[in-house]
Design a protein around this ligand. Structure first.
Ligand SMILES: NC(=O)c1ccc[n+]([C@@H]2O[C@H](COP(=O)([O-])OP(=O)(O)OC[C@H]3O[C@@H](n4cnc5c(N)ncnc54)[C@H](O)[C@@H]3O)[C@@H](O)[C@H]2O)c1
Length: 334
């Protein structure tokens, strides 16, 4: 059977840590790792060899012209994404695109337009949507007969201290949390938010969200406190007095009025790359490839439409909290 020909643009630090090993070490037997493209040919060559890809390019136009690809992964950086993503879509290929898809909503809309115009799909890499603990929590809450209807969500995520501005931290890091909250709550209708910044980079923020279906959520975000063992916690509460708590994308606690049951991802590493499965990178890539292949019932999760919403509400939260909407370049190599 003909293999699915994948190309990848970006051989940076994050991609090396997560995307390349996910594809090489986790049974993507139907995928031909056809071509790597990076402006830095040394990095591209190194990852091509290390992870068993076939060819290396420094110009993605050439790669697409020559390689007869079925899809492209793009992992470059928020500022460059809108142009390159739109180009690739218009060159006829679906894309798996790293978050943030842009530094602003205009860039995200540019990608959405190119996707609509060409009919080529975009899946955004918010990997937690495919993480094992989050899948477990979603399975519990989607059984509404047993769990009831969600009435409230409490979420906290205390992020890295490396980002050059507080808004960069929100866009690069807390956007994952906002994406997740919408995967439980649905469409947001209204936000209120306050911040307490100690300087341009550091501080804390709280936001209150009201969803269109009347679910309420509180978010506590900041740069202090993470990313250690307690950086993220999400609790989803139902009108039957039940709840699910997910801690650090690993531990899921399900409770009702009498008992609490805990499910933990098996964190005893069978191989050193288990985290790619737990964290959702492998599931996200599998979902994307299946979507492109036309597997029934599959759709991009999250889609570029979802990401436009996330970027819109992230900015609204920042505006309400008087956060300067200023993005600055950041690399995982920092
Ligand atoms: N999903 C997550 O949790 C997560 C975590 C960290 C980073 N990321 C995202 O992954 C992306 C990559 O991050 P990184 O830290 O690896 O970045 P990086 O700066 O280490 O690497 C980016 C690479 O892109 C290459 N590049 C730039 N322009 C190019 C072009 N026109 N053509 C080909 N190659 C080009 C650079 O040479 C560099 O090697 C970013 O969007 C980042 O936000 C996602």
């Amino acid at each position: 059977m003909k293999k699915f020909r994948m190309g990848i643009i970006g051989a940076g630090i994050f991609a090396e840590a997560n995307i390349y090993p996910s594809l090489s070490l986790h049974f993507f037997d139907d995928v031909e790792r056809a071509a790597v493209c990076d402006l830095n040919s040394e990095r591209a060559d190194r990852l091509t060899d290390k992870y068993g890809w076939k060819k290396t390019y420094t110009d993605y136009h050439k790669m697409i012209e020559k390689e007869y690809l079925d899809a492209v992964i793009i992992a470059i950086g928020a500022k460059a994404h809108p142009k390159i993503a739109s180009d690739v879509l218009r060159l006829g290929l679906p894309i798996f695109l790293e978050k943030p898809v842009s530094i602003d909503i205009e860039g995200a809309l540019q990608i959405l337009d190119a996707s609509k115009e060409t009919g080529n799909i975009v899946q955004v890499d918010h990997q937690k949507r495919h993480g094992l603990a989050w899948n477990k929590a979603r399975e519990i809450v989607s059984n509404t007969e047993e769990f009831g209807n969600i009435v409230q969500i409490e979420s906290k995520q205390h992020g890295f201290t490396v980002f050059p501005t507080f808004y960069t931290c929100m866009l690069e890091w807390q956007s994952h949390n906002l994406d997740l909250i919408q995967s439980f709550g649905g469409e947001i209708e209204k936000v209120e938010a306050w911040s307490h910044l100690v300087n341009d980079k550091h501080g804390s923020l709280i936001a209150m969200l009201r969803f269109k279906n009347d679910i309420l959520a509180t978010l506590g975000w900041g740069t202090f406190g993470g990313p250690g063992p307690y950086d993220e916690r999400v609790e989803v509460i139902s009108d039957k007095g039940k709840g699910v708590i997910v801690t650090n994308s690993r531990v899921v606690t399900y409770y009702d009025k009498k008992i609490g049951k805990t499910w933990t991802s098996n964190w005893d590493p069978v191989s050193e790359n288990q985290s790619h499965v737990f964290n959702g990178y492998v599931g996200g890539l599998r979902n994307f490839i299946d979507c492109v292949k036309g597997v029934e019932g599959k759709k991009p999760v999250p889609s570029i439409e979802d990401e436009v919403q996330t970027m819109y509400w992230l900015k609204e939260i920042a505006k309400k909290a008087n956060i300067d909407i200023k993005w600055d370049a950041v690399s995982s190599g920092l």
